[in-house]
Design a protein. Structure first.
Lengths: 350, 350
DNA sequence: CGATTTTGATAATACGTATTATCACCGACT
DNA sequence: AGTCGGTGATAATACGTATTATCAAAATCG
């Protein structure tokens, strides 16, 4: 009748109004019709009517405490998700995750509260809200293996977006290794014999997978290959090193670096792909693609996000028990033909 | 001692280990040192040590149920937040919101579960999780006034991002009206006398504010003005209508439409701003701004998001009671000079 | 030394929901 | 009439934390 102090309607009040007990209200709400539970149509209807009239909504905290699930998926990003820096990386993933969550009828809890230590967020801290979520998605290039292990030990339901080597962590990743190998093979088939590989420093699994792909692609081939680790900041030096080596094929891991190197080439009057072919091991999902049309890998990031949600939902569903195979899967990564790969000329850059 | 079934540590277990009661653990955890509560340093230290050792974290649901707050801010977007369509609009807002939440140590709960009816999400539904959040931020161009009222009635703590006319709804908005007026005035000061105003159909407050600004900017001026409502899809027809009217100044509400109209002008050989000046009542926060450098409004969206979080946090803080003035404020919107506004030539487009 | 105050800590309770064991009742059957 | 099976519903309890009223023991006082 009279609402509680905070204005909210509870099952108890519904019960009074409908002339039944709180337990009955709960049973009706959850549509329980199991063997042993009997509620005649008339009563059920009466309760439902009151629920309708009072605009009752269940308190998720109480539900959770009583053991029901919450339809909340946690999302943890190791870097802030929205600032422009990481936008290209996270946005397509989040788009997929959002779509997946919407299909499931789940909300997303973004753990933005975690204190930043050494430029990276700390998953565990005094007041973390991990428990509110039925399960958690983990995003980021590199993850702290200790934290991952602690998650597994703690019995949290977790899915990583991207391949992880930490045992016991289910993931959906992208098969960078195979895709990189094919891309490199395709280039070498054109006749390239001097290859320069520009890498980024990160230790993440996806980075290692690409390295592995380059290795496999160049194995058993008579090519001279040099590699160098650099970033956007070191691009000038990197370009000097590349010119010194005078390759006919340049394999670049980072799309951003690739753009910068392309500009450097343009400035120096090096014709791409006439004198120098460039292939890139990733894509930048910019909205206005006035960028160079690189020959490149095209990781299906949005699909990755959606698949990760799907896997998590299967893990959470007590009726399902995903096989080990399902728990750790890789999505195929397509290759975009682009305009920066051609057969080598006789001379190379110099 | 032995952990609970689900592997989690509770205050009760901490209590056993430390040889105290659950109540004491709670008091220590919350650092209560009020008058009437006394815990000697020794006991406090002992409890804290056990907490440290067991890696205890409080269950947020239980906290919430017991009346404590959760440090969770709800975020409701009336359209999906991440798909590329709405990306330009929401992303800077979300970036600001994320930054604000991080400062506060709050997590963000994205209500992605709400069923979509008529292309828009429905805030209230059977199992909404509004209660989990301490307060809610509302984003979107148009909002259902009924739902807003219901939120206020329900006693939910809410802040809208963008001005709202619904009574009782606190907001942080952008002063589109003044900014539009100055922009239009500035253009008219250059001598323009034939003005075409291209609007979008939306009924949102921010759209009306711009309309109001155009009205104020053109009032008491001897100008011929025509206006038309259109979208990206109708741009061809719109352009035809514009040519027929032959204005020297084109005021365009939507950045996207502006780009399309600019292209149409280019195709038709109409010089901008030589023959036709264009001013735009908004900005598109693209990452690669190879776009036309329009003379335009530059709404401070990221700041808007952060300010909205800040306001909400003040509303939630029991020690503060924001004044009515603080509850409904507008941020100044700057004007970017750009390259598409000049004095009119003698002829106009034709 | 008895009375009073202070100290340290706890028992009890509330929060709102889900679940299980139990109960009262009624009609049918022997 | 007494027994039985089925029906409709409820009382009791658990979940984990925060808060308040209460209590025993120790310290201080007259």
């Amino acid at each position: 009748m009279s609402r509680a102090v905070n204005g909210r309607v509870t099952q108890k009040q519904i019960a009074e109004l409908a002339g039944v007990s709180q337990a009955t209200v709960s049973l009706v709400l959850n549509g329980r019709t199991d063997e042993g539970i009997r509620i005649p149509e008339e009563t059920r209807a009466r309760v439902l009517r009151v629920i309708e009239e009072t605009k009752y909504v269940a308190d998720p905290s109480a539900r959770r405490l009583a053991g029901a699930d919450n339809r909340i998926l946690g999302v943890f990003t190791y870097e802030p998700a929205f600032p422009t820096r990481s936008l290209d990386f996270y946005t397509p993933l989040l788009a997929g995750i959002e779509a997946g969550a919407e299909k499931l009828g789940s909300d997303l809890l973004l753990f933005t509260s975690t204190p930043v230590v050494d430029g990276r967020r700390q998953l565990f801290h005094e007041q973390n809200r991990l428990l509110l979520a039925d399960g958690v998605l983990l995003l980021g290039v590199e993850m702290d293996s200790h934290e991952l292990e602690r998650l597994v030990e703690g019995g949290y339901r977790v899915v990583a977006v991207g391949r992880r080597e930490t045992p016991g962590i289910p993931y959906v990743g992208i098969d960078y290794s195979s895709a990189t190998r094919s891309l490199v093979s395709r280039a070498l088939d054109l006749g390239h014999e001097r290859v320069f590989y520009h890498r980024v420093g990160s230790e993440g699994e996806s980075v290692r997978d690409r390295l592995e792909g380059v290795r496999m692609g160049t194995a058993d081939r008579a090519v001279a290959i040099e590699s160098r680790i650099g970033t956007l900041a070191t691009v000038a030096d990197d370009w000097a090193a590349i010119r010194a080596f005078a390759p006919t094929l340049l394999v670049v891991e980072s799309p951003d670096v690739a753009s910068a190197l392309y500009e450097a080439a343009e400035r120096d009057g090096v014709d791409v792909p006439g004198e120098l072919s460039i292939v890139v091991l990733g894509s930048s999902p910019r909205l206005t693609p006035d960028d160079v049309d690189f020959t490149r890998l095209n990781p299906p990031r949005a699909e990755l996000g959606e698949r990760a949600v799907h896997l998590l939902s299967r893990i959470l569903d007590p009726d399902q028990s995903p096989s080990d195979l399902d728990m750790r899967s890789l999505l195929a990564c397509t290759i975009i033909d682009g305009a920066t790969l051609a057969a080598p000329s006789s001379e190379g850059t110099k």
